[in-house]
Design a protein around this ligand. Structure first.
Ligand SMILES: NC(=O)C[C@H](N)C(=O)O
Length: 667
């Protein structure tokens, strides 16, 4: 690589990634109120504590991300009882509170964090910028304070005691708290961690936020342990990156949960993901492998499916296994079995009786999945000994781990109202990235793109890493430009180039933010179906939903809500004052769209008055009546009805309330 090309590339990348206002410097400067950073975003809590805006000291505070930590048990929180390790209840939170790398008590006190968040087991990670002034590696662009809450289960479990009921409980708790947090960390024993992570990946339908399962091999209370690093890494990733997957974090690696397996009982490096590279590595930098991240590609809301079928099992073939053993295993109530076969999915083809037992079971409706006993690799029909299993009605499990195949069976078999044929089809399909897709459909190679080639040539670069650097610097702004003018074809072309349409530009603004502002409904739908996330926040903390509300894009607001979008906690805080000012200025259309987006019409403004009280005080009778009518509609859930959107007609919308225009109602 020539030096000049390197310089060119660096300057191009720098030019493209320089923000107009560098919030990366927030911790190094004292912000002046005249700077264009909204002060309320920097220190909203201080505003609510202090009586007047004048008394607020502008302080260099990073934005906050909230993470819910669900502690289910495992070695991470164990102590010795009678010379054996067992979970210790009600000790974890207090001990983290005393660890400076996991909690910054002075920040919590100074900012009034405890008053603001209420009586929760709440902690906050220390400043993301070290005192030395060096970059905080990997988080330089979006460094945030991670505020986290610990929810402890009773009893805490060694994960060998986990059952499907525990998976259900975790799923329900995530669903209940989904809107209040940016990400979730599940503390769990390592023994069955890969099973739980796999099961949660299927149970969590249309997931849009990170769920990271972690734990440790040595208790966090011991001097030398891996628990602190694992928890810290999981918290940082869950709070900083919108990775919409159930992941497993261990020993500096973030794995897809349903690809991971425990491989070592005595090492800190206890897990592996044999058939998929890690989603992220936390080395000197935290590097996310965005090309590998799985996305729900959906316009449906997050939902946890807690129905699981327990009549499933794992059966490992071994030389000499008797037909009677296999037959006994496949008897009712068994409904689904993962058969762990040899090599690339092989079984003896000289044992007609054994094969007949398998065939009889599949004929009777038992779903049998063929998975390999090998740690790495996939089943295929390349041997006669593999083909006989297909002939016996087994379904090829590709490169799924046995943990993933088993929990997928449990999830799929519990589906009501679908035929056995549809269930078999689901088992053969890739539902959550648990199996590798057919390579025939792989996306175009980066270097096939003429556009990137031309730029690469002019910069004299050719190696893959440099091409990728150019792609990553250029394509987000281009995708945003395409989103601004509603050009789906251009987005298609960018996607074919290998670019990810969910990545943001230098301000963290994604194509979805732009399309939401512009009201391009069709394009919003396209983006949501191609990996965009409704939870993306730009550098000012704004979501696409908030943008759509500000620009009064009603149909976009409806679609985003249907997809599960919600205001952030900070946006909800602001809503009260916003509603009051809209009520004061007689802006019914504005009030309607805030309400449609989920703002609470009773929310008081900065002086404690609600929008209705403001309208009453100003004698705006028409406005008061309108607000009551709007509240009624919210209570009876008219705004929550899911509407179907017509792909072909962007202008077709759903009128649900006849609001007079803002202009005609200025009082
Ligand atoms: N390292 C661990 O967490 C092992 C423990 N037996 C568990 O799975 O709960």
């Amino acid at each position: 690589m020539a030096d000049s090309s390197c310089n060119n590339l660096t300057s191009l990348a720098r030019a493209l990634s320089q923000p107009t206002l560098n919030l990366n410097d927030m911790n190094d400067v004292t912000l002046s109120p005249t700077r264009s950073i909204p002060l309320f975003k920097c220190r909203r809590r201080k505003l609510s504590i202090c009586n007047s805006i004048e008394s607020v000291e502008p302080s260099p505070i990073a934005p906050e991300a909230r993470v819910l930590v669900i502690n289910t048990g495992g070695t991470i929180g164990m102590t010795l009882h009678d010379k054996v390790l067992a979970p210790k209840a009600n000790a974890f939170f207090e001990s983290l509170r005393k660890l400076p790398i996991l909690h910054d008590e002075s920040y919590a006190q100074q900012t009034g964090m405890y008053d603001y968040y209420g009586p929760e087991n709440i902690l906050v990670l220390p400043n993301p910028t070290p005192q030395s002034g060096h970059q905080y590696h990997g988080l330089s662009k979006e460094k945030k304070r991670i505020v986290y809450t610990i929810m402890e289960y009773t009893p805490l479990l060694d994960s060998s005691n986990m059952t499907t009921d525990d998976w259900r409980k975790i799923g329900k708790d995530i669903e209940k708290n989904y809107e209040n947090y940016d990400g979730f960390v599940i503390l769990h024993g390592t023994d069955t961690m890969a099973y739980t992570a796999s099961a949660l990946s299927f149970m969590c339908e249309h997931l849009g936020k990170p769920i990271i399962v972690t734990g440790s091999q040595v208790p966090i209370y011991e001097m030398r342990n891996d628990g602190r690093d694992n928890l810290l890494g999981a918290l940082l990733i869950a709070g900083h990156f919108v990775i919409p997957e159930v992941c497993l974090y261990f020993y500096n690696n973030l794995y897809r949960g349903n690809r991971s397996t425990k491989v070592d009982a005595g090492s800190f490096n206890a897990f592996a993901s044999p058939n998929l590279a890690p989603l992220a590595c936390a080395e000197v930098d935290i590097t996310i492998n965005w090309d590998t991240v799985w996305r729900a590609n959906t316009t449906a809301k997050f939902h946890v499916s807690t129905e699981l079928n327990r009549n499933v099992g794992l059966l490992r073939l071994f030389p000499g296994i008797t037909s009677a053993t296999v037959k006994a295993f496949l008897q009712p109530p068994m409904e689904g079995v993962v058969l762990e076969t040899y090599g690339s999915g092989n079984a003896p083809d000289n044992r007609p009786h054994l094969l007949a037992v398998l065939k009889k079971a599949t004929d009777n409706g038992v779903i049998i999945i063929n998975c390999t006993q090998c740690l790495r690799g996939t089943v295929s029909a390349s041997y006669a000994t593999g083909k006989v299993l297909m002939d016996a009605g087994l379904i090829a499990g590709g490169d799924m781990t046995p943990e993933a195949a088993l929990s997928k069976l449990s999830y799929v078999l519990a589906k009501k109202d679908i035929t056995i044929h549809a269930k078999k089809k689901m088992m053969a399909q890739n539902l959550r990235g648990e199996m590798s897709a057919d390579l025939a459909g792989a996306k175009l190679c980066l270097s096939d793109s003429r556009f990137i080639q031309v730029i690469a040539k002019s910069l004299s670069v050719s190696c893959k890493e440099e091409l990728e650097a150019i792609r990553d610097a250029l394509t987000p702004p281009l995708a945003c430009a395409a989103a601004k003018i509603g050009d789906i074809e251009a987005l298609e072309a960018l996607k074919e180039m290998g670019s990810n349409l969910f990545l943001g530009d230098y301000d963290g603004r994604t194509p979805l933010h732009i399309a939401a502002c512009e009201g391009h409904l069709k394009l919003v739908k396209y983006l949501l179906s191609h990996g965009a996330t409704v939870y993306a926040k730009d550098r000012y903390g704004d979501t696409p939903l908030c943008n759509a509300v500000r620009f009064r894009q009603k149909e976009v607001v409806k679609l985003l809500r249907k997809t599960g979008a919600h205001f952030s906690r900070d946006e909800l805080e602001e809503a009260g004052t916003e509603l009051c000012s809209l009520a004061a200025s007689g802006d019914m259309e504005g009030l309607e769209i805030w309400s449609l987006a989920g703002a609470d019409l009773n929310k008081p403004g900065y002086d404690g008055q609600s929008a209705i009280q403001v309208a009453e005080a100003a004698g705006k009778k028409e406005m008061v009546a309108f607000l009551h009518q709007l509240k009624k509609k919210t209570v009876i859930g008219e705004f929550n009805e899911c509407d179907e959107y017509d792909d072909d007609d962007e202008s077709e919308g759903i009128e649900f309330i006849a609001a007079p225009t803002a202009q005609s109602n200025l009082g």
